[in-house]
Design a protein around this ligand. Structure first.
Ligand code: CTP
Length: 403
C-alpha cells in the first residue's frame, strides 16, 4: 500500500516531534518516498539533519526554506510539494498550527503547503490535555474535520508536563494504519469527471419568519462531495440550509427552497457526468408564502396551511438522462426494499441508496449510517454500520463503474 507513495510529513513544535523519527523511518522502510517539512519551532526539538538522514531527502523548514534565492523555482516550491504529495501528514499538529490552518494563516512553509494542497491532509493534534480540551481548539478541529481534513485522534495518558488526559501522539503504528486507510480511499479514479451533489433539507416559507422543513443535517451529501473531490472529481455541491463547513476543493452553492434547488440543479447539470441527489427535498410547500409575518390567531382552525407539491428534481433528470449516471436516496419505513426499487425504476435511476431509520447508528444528524445500495438489476447490498465518509466511498465505488 505504501510502496512508491509520496508522503509529505509536516512537523510542528512539540516534544512529540522526536517520536515522528520512527514514523519517517517506518514509512521509508515500507517503500514510501518521504519528504519532511518542519516549522521553525519543530527544529528546536529535533534537528532537520535527523529527519534528512531518516527520509533520505533534504528537509524543508522556514518560509525561505531553500535559502537559495538564485533558484528560479523558489516562488513555486510550495505548490510543487503540495502536488507531489499523495498524502500530507502533519504530526505532531500543535494547537497553534491547527489554529493557523483553521483561519488560513500562512506564515511558514508547512501551512502554505496545506493551503495550496488539493490532496488529502491528515492531522494528529498533539498538545497538553488542557490545550486539547479547550473549546477553541475543539472548535478549530471540528471546522477542519468538516472541511475534509482527516483527524487522527490523540491518545489519553501522561504528558511531558505531568498532566494526564487526551492530547498524546498516537502510537506510530496507528498513524501508519491511518495513512494507509486514507490512501486506499483517495485513488484518483474520478479525475476529469464532473459530479453534482445535493445535500441537506429544503425550507419552504410560510411567511418571512416560519417555514416547513425537515431534520436532514446534510452530512451524508457533504461526505459524498468531500469523498468525490478527494478522488479527483470536479464537484459542485448544492446545499440546502445546513450548518456545515464546505469540504476542500468543492464548489458550493447555497439554496433554501425546493424550487431554488431545482433551478440550481438545472443550471449546473449540463456538464455533470453524474448527479447524486442526497438532499431531503421537501415534497410539499405552502401554496403561497405570506409577505408579512402571520399574526397569532386562536381556535381550532387558527392557521390552515394549504400545501402543494414541489417539483421532483430527480424525476425530471431521469426523464432527460443524456447518458448521465443518476443516484437517488430513499427513506422508507414499510416494505423498504420494494418501495426503494420502485422509486429507482420510476425515476429512471442507476442506483438508489436506502437509508435505514431502524438501525442503531443510522439516520439524521449522526456521523455514521447504515444503508442498502440497490442497482438497476434489483441487486441490493446492505452495508454494515460505517462512517458517512466510508458510505460515500462505497457509493462512489459503484458509481465509478457506471461512468
Ligand atoms: N427528490 C427530488 N425532488 C423532490 C423530492 C425528492 O429530487 N421534490 C429526490 C431526493 O433527493 C431523493 C429522492 O428523490 O434522492 C427521493 O425520492 P422521493 O420520491 O421524494 O422519496 P420520498 O420523499 O421518500 O417519497 P415518498 O414520500 O413517496 O416515499
Amino acid at each position: 500500500m505504501l510502496h512508491g507513495k509520496h508522503i509529505l510529513v509536516g512537523i510542528t513544535g512539540g516534544i512529540a516531534a522526536y517520536k515522528v523519527c520512527t514514523l519517517v523511518r517506518d514509512l521509508k522502510k515500507a517503500g514510501a518516498d518521504v519528504k519532511v517539512v518542519m516549522t521553525e519551532a519543530a527544529t528546536r526539538f529535533v534537528t532537520p539533519l535527523t529527519y534528512s538522514a531518516l527520509s533520505g531527502n533534504p528537509v524543508l523548514s522556514g518560509l525561505w526554506a531553500l535559502d537559495q534565492s538564485t533558484r528560479s523555482d523558489i516562488g513555486t516550491r510550495h505548490v510543487d510539494l503540495a502536488n507531489w504529495a499523495d498524502v500530507y501528514v502533519i504530526a505532531p499538529a500543535s494547537a497553534n498550527t491547527i489554529a493557523k490552518l483553521t483561519y488560513g494563516l500562512t506564515d511558514n512553509l508547512l501551512t502554505i503547503i496545506a493551503l495550496a494542497s488539493r490532496g488529502p491532509i491528515a492531522l494528529a493534534p498533539t498538545m497538553d490535555a488542557d490545550m486539547y480540551v479547550n473549546p477553541v481548539t475543539q472548535q478549530n478541529i471540528t471546522k477542519l474535520r468538516e472541511r475534509g481534513y482527516f483527524i487522527i485522534p490523540p491518545e489519553e495518558g501522561e504528558h511531558a508536563s505531568g498532566l494526564r488526559g487526551p492530547g498524546r501522539l498516537p502510537e506510530i503504528d496507528t498513524i501508519v494504519r491511518q495513512i494507509e486507510a486514507i490512501l486506499a480511499r483517495t485513488h484518483l479514479d474520478l479525475k476529469a469527471k464532473s459530479i453534482l451533489v445535493t445535500a441537506g433539507p429544503t425550507y419552504e416559507a410560510i411567511d418571512p419568519v416560519r417555514f416547513v422543513g425537515n431534520r436532514s443535517s446534510g452530512k451524508m451529501g457533504f461526505a459524498l462531495a468531500h469523498a468525490a473531490a478527494l478522488r479527483g472529481a470536479d464537484v459542485t455541491l448544492i446545499a440546502g440550509p445546513v450548518h456545515l463547513e464546505t469540504p476542500r476543493n468543492v464548489h458550493r452553492i447555497d439554496v433554501e427552497s425546493a424550487e431554488q434547488m431545482h433551478r440550481a440543479v438545472l443550471k449546473h447539470v449540463r456538464q455533470a457526468d453524474a448527479v447524486i441527489m442526497a438532499a431531503a427535498v421537501a415534497d410539499y410547500a405552502p401554496q403561497s408564502a405570506a409577505s408579512g409575518k402571520i399574526k397569532k390567531k386562536h381556535g381550532k382552525d387558527a392557521l390552515p396551511l394549504r400545501l402543494i407539491s414541489t417539483p421532483d428534481v430527480l424525476g425530471a433528470l431521469g426523464r432527460k438522462k443524456n447518458g448521465r449516471v443518476l443516484v437517488g436516496f430513499a427513506l422508507e419505513t414499510e416494505n423498504a426494499l420494494r418501495h426503494a426499487t420502485e422509486k429507482l425504476k420510476k425515476k429512471n435511476l442507476d442506483l438508489i441508496v436506502l437509508n435505514s431509520l431502524a438501525d442503531k447508528g443510522a439516520g439524521f444528524g449522526g456521523d455514521t449510517n447504515v444503508v442498502t445500495i440497490i442497482d438497476r438489476n434489483g441487486k441490493a447490498e446492505k452495508l454494515p454500520l460505517m462512517s458517512k465518509f466510508d458510505v460515500a466511498n462505497e457509493i462512489l465505488n459503484r458509481l465509478t463503474k457506471l461512468l
